[in-house]
Design a protein around this ligand. Structure first.
Ligand SMILES: Cc1ncc(COP(=O)(O)O)c(C=O)c1O
Length: 391
């Protein structure tokens, strides 16, 4: 059959979503040989073996049918138990919903909480999906600048100034993508106070909570604003399970109920045997040993990249204490972020992400991911150094 081009009718909504601005960069890279990508945002480790075995066993044991929409009760239990164990936070089981990763969790939260004209405070720079989620919910994004001099944490006074009668949600994401920043307890408390005083929800996206360095501690927002926090979390980074699509949300019961309504029609439930593997991930000693091993490896790589960056001219790096990203300041090169990323690809065959992909405040920065093997990181750093020295 010959394919005939025809006009399709599409909802205007779909045109609101912006495809990634960095596609052009990746397209350029795909046509080149010998490129090292420091652009990726996913662990290069394999999922721990005990979790893989649990999924295989679950298939054999017949976990191949629908589950309750909110998730298998034992899994919801295991999630609640995990919050108690790690953070001393009591979470009733019916405040938990199992989602297809943090992506689905944030989407559900935006759709359930926001409508036309409502305002959502989104940090700048920030992970890209919040802006697109806001547009789909027809909400108005209000950007909160994050500055290097504040350790890329929100300034509570500035946040307060952005709060209006229409503010419904404040987005938080620590440890942070793209900056690698972590949150100080006093800032967490200040944001929680603002949220409680003005009855605003905090959507706290915390998928990097276990990747912390130099003794940094995670500050789960649900601990500071238990009645105002909607937590989005994920197994993707913690257990190197990006392809499994497993995450969860913790929120007040009334909100969870509404999120479940939507989730029931989008997904029904997260894959049954994957939920069983999730129980294993949370409860087995082996999985946590694997997480600690990955954390130590990331820390070594972070130190390695920072050390190399310090030896390069025209670039300076904010020292991150979390996630697996370094947000490096390239203003001294005289180039804009996108220009720099293209130049580096051409000169050195190294992919980094322009900071502007995460918001206007990212101008003058690039994001370097160190979720890459040590040898490749060293090679990439040597190439970068040579290119920068030639400027
Ligand atoms: C901050 C942040 N939130 C959410 C996600 C989406 O993760 P998931 O695989 O859990 O959907 C990512 C993935 O890169 C992320 O960096």
């Amino acid at each position: 059959m010959k394919y005939k081009k025809r006009k399709y009718f599409l909802a205007g909504r779909i045109n609101m979503i912006q495809r990634s601005k960095i596609r052009e960069l990746f397209e350029m890279a795909s046509k080149m040989k010998d490129v090292i990508s420091l652009g990726i945002g996913e662990p290069d480790f394999d999922t721990p073996q005990n979790i893989k075995e649990a999924a295989k066993r679950a298939i054999d044991e017949g976990y191949t049918h629908y589950t309750p929409n909110a998730g298998i009760p034992e899994f919801r239990d295991a999630i609640a138990e995990y919050y108690k164990k790690f953070y001393g936070v009591e979470v009733p089981d019916d405040h938990v919903i199992v989602t297809a990763g943090a992506y689905e969790a944030t989407y559900l939260a935006f759709e359930a909480l926001l409508e036309d004209g409502d305002e959502v405070i989104i940090p700048d720079p920030a992970f890209v999906s919040y802006m697109e989620d806001a547009k789909l919910a027809e909400a108005k994004p209000v950007r909160l600048p994050l500055r290097e001099e504040n350790g890329f944490q929100p300034d509570p006074d500035e946040l307060l100034e952005l709060v209006s009668k229409r503010t419904r949600v404040i987005v938080m994401n620590y440890p942070n993508n793209p900056t690698g920043a972590t949150l100080d307890e006093e800032v967490a408390r200040a944001v929680a106070d603002i949220a409680e005083d003005y009855n605003i929800y905090i959507l706290s996206d915390e998928p990097y909570e276990h990747f912390l360095y130099d003794g940094a501690k995670h500050q789960p927002m649900v601990k500071y604003a238990p009645y105002n926090t909607i937590l989005a979390n994920s197994f993707s980074k913690t257990f190197a399970m990006t392809g499994w699509r497993l995450g969860f949300t913790i929120a007040p019961e009334e909100i969870i109920r509404d999120m479940i309504k939507l989730h029931a029609y989008i997904l029904g439930n997260v894959t049954s045997f994957i939920q069983i593997a999730g129980i294993e991930a949370l409860r087995a000693k082996e999985s946590w040993e694997a997480v600690e091993k990955m954390r130590r490896t990331y820390e070594e790589r972070r130190n390695l990249v920072l050390q190399h960056l310090r030896e390069m001219p025209h670039i300076s790096a904010f020292e991150p204490k979390g996630a697996f990203y370094i947000f490096a300041n390239i203003r001294d090169t005289g180039m804009k972020s996108e220009e720099f990323a293209k130049w580096l690809l051409q000169e050195a065959g190294v992919v980094v992400i322009p900071g502007t992909a995460f918001g206007k405040q990212g101008e003058g920065y690039v994001r370097i991911s160190y979720a890459t093997k040590r040898e490749l990181l060293i090679e990439a750093m040597e190439r970068m150094k040579k290119a920068l020295e030639s400027l």
